[in-house]
Design a protein around this ligand. Structure first.
Ligand SMILES: Nc1nc2c(ncn2[C@@H]2O[C@H](COP(=O)(O)OP(=O)(O)O[C@H]3O[C@H](CO)[C@@H](O)[C@H](O)[C@@H]3O)[C@@H](O)[C@H]2O)c(=O)[nH]1
Length: 265
């Protein structure tokens, strides 16, 4: 059976999550799904034993490999590298830390058969984000989501759990997709030539809790997001737009909130 589906996982210092993610993913895919699916970790030279972990899984027969980048660093560029190396026509991206349940991957692949792009969404009835998220993270997350509203109809464009049909990536103009920001799904939703008459697929999922390793979210990532938003607004609406002005007003408020938080904790 040939590979038609690829799962791409950006990973930095995620050794302890590699085995549970791989075994849970292939179990969820079932026999037939597993035969047509490859799993690719894109690691930025973590040097924490992730490579050996993947080699051990290969010996057990899993179709898994790890790309180790030594000269590049960053979540979005890692995801894009995996996308371009993927053999499948249908590609899913997910985090390594098991906050994105591997058991939801088959639903995302199913959805992708009839939609050009699918988002795993935390904003749907019955699902949600971790109840233990501190207030500041909820505020940042909902503000970030609100600011992306004019760029896409997707309910959760901040999600790192998403998929696309590879042909749309290949149809993008050279140099359009920028891999600097942290929010690669938003970048792709705003810039790919997706057909206007087909909706974005949405699959609800509950955002899990990271139990191993650490989040790489930091103040720097927030600033990167704001820079990315500015670039996407200009791409979509042109430079001289009122929306851009509003964006900067919101950026200012967010920045003040962030400073306020830093002072308190
Ligand atoms: N290769 C590589 N991988 C990276 C890098 N930075 C982060 N990653 C990987 O990217 C995934 C997400 O990083 P986290 O650090 O776990 O992100 P988070 O703060 O938990 O953010 C989550 O929530 C966001 C929405 O609020 C999501 O957009 C994001 O994808 C992630 O799910 C993890 O698998 C992590 O190892 C990097 O520089 N290089």
């Amino acid at each position: 059976m040939s590979i038609t589906q690829s799962v791409i996982v950006p990973a930095y210092k995620e050794k302890l999550n590699i085995k549970p993610l791989t075994t849970r993913l292939f179990a969820a895919l079932g026999n037939d799904g597993a035969k047509s699916t490859e799993l690719i970790f894109v690691d930025d030279n973590s040097q924490d034993g992730s490579v050996e972990e993947v080699e051990a899984l290969q010996k057990q027969g899993y179709d898994v490999r790890i790309i180790v980048r030594t000269t590049e660093r960053g979540l979005s560029s890692a995801v894009l590298r995996g996308f371009y190396e993927a053999k499948g026509d249908y590609i899913i991206c997910m985090d390594a830390d098991l906050q994105h349940p591997p058991e939801s991957v088959p639903s995302l692949f199913d959805n992708l058969k009839t939609h050009p792009f699918v988002i795993g969404t935390r904003y749907a009835p019955g699902v949600g984000i971790d109840k233990d998220w501190p207030l500041y993270r909820r505020v940042i997350s909902s503000t970030a989501r609100m600011m992306a509203r004019p760029l896409t109809t997707a309910s959760d464009p901040m999600s790192g759990f998403f998929g696309l049909q590879k042909k749309y990536l290949l149809e993008a103009k050279d140099g359009d997709i920028d891999s600097k920001g942290f929010k690669i799904a938003l970048e792709l939703l705003a810039k790919l030539p997706l057909p206007a008459d087909k909706p974005i697929g949405e699959v609800p999922f509950s955002f899990g809790v990271r139990t191993e390793g650490e989040s790489k979210l930091s103040g720097k990532v927030i600033i990167q997001y704001l820079e990315q938003l500015k670039e996407l607004y200009v791409f979509k609406f042109g430079a001289n737009n009122l929306v851009l002005f509003l964006l900067f007003a919101i950026i200012l408020v967010l920045y003040i909130l962030y400073q306020f938080y830093s002072l308190l904790f």
